[in-house]
Design a protein around this ligand. Structure first.
Ligand code: NAG
Ligand code: NAG
Length: 467
């Protein structure tokens, strides 16, 4: 243990002592964890396609270590938000660890925390394989990875080519990341997917016939970069920013749609939008985190054309689960609504199939299965032993979640208690003197916190050669 950097030795000890505490439980619990599950074949297909980016060379350790090189000195660490974008995660013997800590001042958003919470639950339900990857906390565009049509890849921090394994909640065809659920919106927010699913009977209490035969949409009025020419309709023209242009269409067709940005019309809670037969979905900075929820409302979802996809989009079928627009031309939503009105039974079927799809493939058990299958496919790519012994810092995820449940900026972000209680982690409870909290707090607070695993592995190798 001497070899570990003093700065991180404390956290490493935290890891070790917890491991001892865990050991008996892991052995006991391992038998109970699931080792298989069934995904929608199209979703599984997407995973296999995305994982194939490493080809027969697989994932070598040097690719993973490039994430550490991303910030190689104190100046870069402070200027380049080193700990703000990459959340490095390692799973060994079924336990999830973090290899770096996001600074306190950037903690809070459920985009980050939701996945950690969901991953922890997945590790309690499934026997997860040994893997390591980075969750890139920036959606513009995912992790700056490029995947060329010829299969060539690049990432700004790896000049020789090749991608470290990274996950993000959305991507385009030309990004080399693996997709994960936008778990924060699925499970953390008060109007999360899971919360809406819990009140499905209430959402369904408005019969189809009583819903207004109009399209409804509400959002913040901003445009993402890809509506500047990257999304094109069949007529060859650039699709305008849906969130602004729909204001215009709504004004021109007040009898058909009320799709306005919040600068133009009042907020309407999601759970009340089912008063309309048709719900309009548009991208924000990236895919809409509301699209999944719209599918639950029992209304037919109209979805604007986009170049971005989410982890399950491959399984969605147009005119089966939703109706696309801005595909033929920028105003085709008008025709889509007229079609829906004239084909009411068909529109209702699309709405119903949307709900069925969401219940079957997007609900929490399906998302946990997804993470398990994704990591299982990913685990076959590693060409070196994935281990905490080769990483400078390994904080058990459960400790970070306990920290978040107490830290004021994150305490309200997600329901940690439900999870920590459900999986009975009380035998791991923080030391009564709060030392675990204090220790994590100071590392989250340290402006130069950035475990350099590239340097660390070099030192390990040198140490071994000297022996
Ligand atoms: C995982 O299990 C192996 C074999 O039992 C052990 O050597 C290793 O230390 C374990 N790793 C962790 C992080 O507990
Ligand atoms: C939408 O309407 C606004 C205000 O009337 C106008 O300035 C803008 O050009 C319109 N947008 C398009 C794409 O037609």
């Amino acid at each position: 243990m001497r070899a570990y950097n003093i700065k991180h030795a404390g956290a490493w000890r935290l890891g070790i002592s917890l491991l001892f505490a865990l050991a008996s439980r892991i052995i006991y619990a391992a038998d109970e964890k699931l080792e298989s599950c069934q995904l929608h074949p199209k979703i599984e297909e997407q995973i296999i396609k995305d994982v194939s980016v490493w080809g027969s060379k697989g994932i070598t350790e040097d690719l993973v270590l490039t994430v550490s090189k991303y910030c190689e000195n104190a100046e870069r660490i402070t200027q380049h938000y080193c700990n703000c974008h990459p959340q490095r995660i390692l799973i060994e013997n079924g336990t999830v660890y973090l290899n770096n800590l996001i600074p306190n001042h950037r903690l809070g958003p459920h985009e980050h925390i939701g996945l950690l919470v969901e991953l922890y639950e997945a590790s309690q339900v499934y026997k997860l394989p040994d893997v390591e990857f980075t969750y890139w906390l920036d959606d513009h565009p995912p992790a700056e990875t490029v995947l060329g049509p010829d299969g060539r890849t690049s990432w700004p921090y790896e000049p020789i080519g090749g991608l470290p394994p990274m996950v993000a909640w959305s991507k385009s065809e030309d990004n080399g990341v693996l997709m994960v659920p936008y778990s924060g919106a699925f499970r953390c927010a008060s109007d999360s997917f899971d919360a809406l699913e819990d009140q499905l009977h209430v959402l369904q209490s408005i019969p189809w016939e009583s819903r207004k035969s109009m399209a409804f949409g509400r959002w913040n009025g901003f445009c993402t970069y890809y509506y500047g020419g990257l999304v094109r309709s069949a007529d060859g023209l650039a699709v305008p920013c849906p969130r602004l242009y729909l204001n215009n269409i709504s004004e021109a067709h007040p009898d058909l749609l009320e799709a306005y940005d919040l600068g133009r019309a009042k907020h309407v809670p999601l759970a009340h939008q089912n008063a309309y037969k048709y719900i309009v979905s548009t991208d924000g900075w990236s895919i809409s985190s509301k699209f999944d929820k719209y599918l639950l409302l029992g209304s037919m979802v109209l979805k604007a054309a986009s170049i971005r996809t989410g982890y399950y989009y491959n399984a969605l079928e147009p005119y089966i689960h939703f109706v696309p627009f801005m595909e033929k031309h920028k105003d085709d939503i008008v025709e889509a609504i007229q079609w829906a009105r004239a084909n009411d039974e068909e529109a209702q079927k699309i709405a119903r199939r949307g709900v069925e799809f969401a219940k079957e493939h997007l609900a929490r058990p399906a998302r946990l299965c997804y993470l398990f299958r994704l990591l299982t496919h990913l685990s076959k790519q590693y060409r070196y032993p994935v281990s905490c012994q080769r990483r400078k810092l390994c904080v058990p995820l459960v400790e970070e979640l306990k920290y978040m449940s107490r830290f004021e900026k994150t305490a309200g972000t997600c329901n940690y208690k439900e999870l920590l209680e459900k999986y009975a982690t009380d035998e791991l409870s923080a030391a009564p003197d709060d030392s675990a909290f204090e220790e994590l707090y100071s590392q989250h607070e340290d402006p130069l916190h950035w475990p350099r695993d590239d340097v660390f592995v070099e030192e390990l190798t040198r140490g071994r050669q000297q022996q």
